[in-house]
Design a protein around this ligand. Structure first.
Ligand SMILES: *Cc1c(COP(=O)(O)O)cnc(C)c1O
Length: 321
């Protein structure tokens, strides 16, 4: 198997992100809850996509690209962070977004404007239409002697997931430094790359730790996540079998993707009131609601050490609520 450090990346994030125990939440849930602050990755308003982009944008540069193209919903944190990271590297970003939900100049759209991103809306529900448009834009760039690099929705491709394999390596170092044995990691599962990276990373560096992804949309993650884990594993020449049944999922989508849920909004208030920390309504609020549900249903003992991944989302908070 390869060493993770053999796969090149461009440092973009401020790492390691902070990790610490939440005393008030821990007391309320009768277990030990820690927060991994990937909302503080240090580019724009922070968030999980920066770790993925360290690998993806290295690949883009290595291929000679000067422009990155990506997609998502109108309030995509991933698209906004791609534009921010591209700026840091002197690259141009084209964001081809679904004209759905809040596409006015609010939330992440304000940030995209400030970042100078080239935003193009497509009136479609189908990413196939968007990818066709991306191909056209890349062909047009080619004719101008420029080069585009396509990043699929969420950056949830094997190379992007390596960012979250590396996050678990970082967690294992933080665990060793503080003599803490982490038993669980809970994250939001939106396109699956973060979950796949964490689950593979746990197999490699924290084998006693169980990763649970809280689904915030309706995609078939029971197939998507293990598939992405296997493809990410093959980048590292990791050959151990990865079974679909290894993947732990809990559905908390509520009324729909990017639509606030009652449980999610209550979870946001719970963390805000107890710890002074802010989650977002699309991803992390629903993910934390999933953690609260697991606690209620007896998933954690008083000796467990549970890490909640705060994956960001601040930009959307000011558009969706
Ligand atoms: C994209 C995103 C997620 C989900 O990560 P995936 O790798 O797409 O599953 C979670 N939280 C926030 C804030 C995000 O922007």
């Amino acid at each position: 198997m390869k060493n993770l450090s053999e796969i090149p990346r461009i440092p973009l994030a401020v790492l390691p992100t902070p990790l610490y125990r939440l005393p008030n939440v821990s007391a309320a849930l009768h277990t030990n809850v820690y927060i991994k602050r990937d909302d503080m990755t240090g580019v724009s308003l922070g968030g999980n996509k920066v770790r993925k982009l360290e690998y993806l944008l290295h690949d883009a540069k290595a291929q000679g690209a000067d422009t990155v193209l990506t997609t998502g919903g109108a309030q995509s944190n991933h698209a906004m962070l791609t534009a921010a990271c591209a700026n840091k590297l002197g690259m141009h970003a084209v964001l081809i977004l679904k004209k759905r939900g809040v596409w006015e100049r609010r939330g992440n759209q304000i940030l995209n404007d400030l970042l100078g991103a080239d935003v193009r809306f497509v009136d479609t529900d189908d990413y196939a239409d968007i990818y066709a448009q991306m191909d056209d834009i890349c062909a047009a760039l080619d004719k101008q002697g420029r080069k585009g690099y396509r990043i699929p929705v969420g950056g949830s491709v094997p190379l992007g997931s390596l960012g979250y394999v590396r996050c678990v390596y970082e967690l294992a170092e933080q665990a060793a430094a503080t003599h803490t044995r982490f038993s669980h990691i809970v994250c939001a599962t939106g396109s699956g790359g973060t979950h796949a990276g964490l689950a593979l990373g746990a197999k490699l560096y924290l084998p006693d730790c169980k990763v649970t992804g809280i689904m915030v949309d309706d995609d078939p993650f029971d197939r998507i996540v293990p598939d992405l884990m296997r493809k990410t594993a093959s980048l590292l020449d990791y050959r151990e079998p990865i079974a679909d049944a290894d993947v732990r999922l809990l559905g908390m989508v509520g009324p729909g993707y990017a639509k606030p849920s009652a449980e999610g909004q209550a979870a946001i208030r719970m963390l805000a009131e107890n710890e002074g920390l802010i989650l977002d309504p699309v991803y992390t609020g629903k993910a934390f609601a999933g953690l609260l549900k697991m606690a209620r249903e007896g998933a954690f003992t008083p000796d467990d050490n549970v890490v909640f991944l705060h994956s960001g989302g601040a930009g959307g908070l000011f558009a969706i609520s």
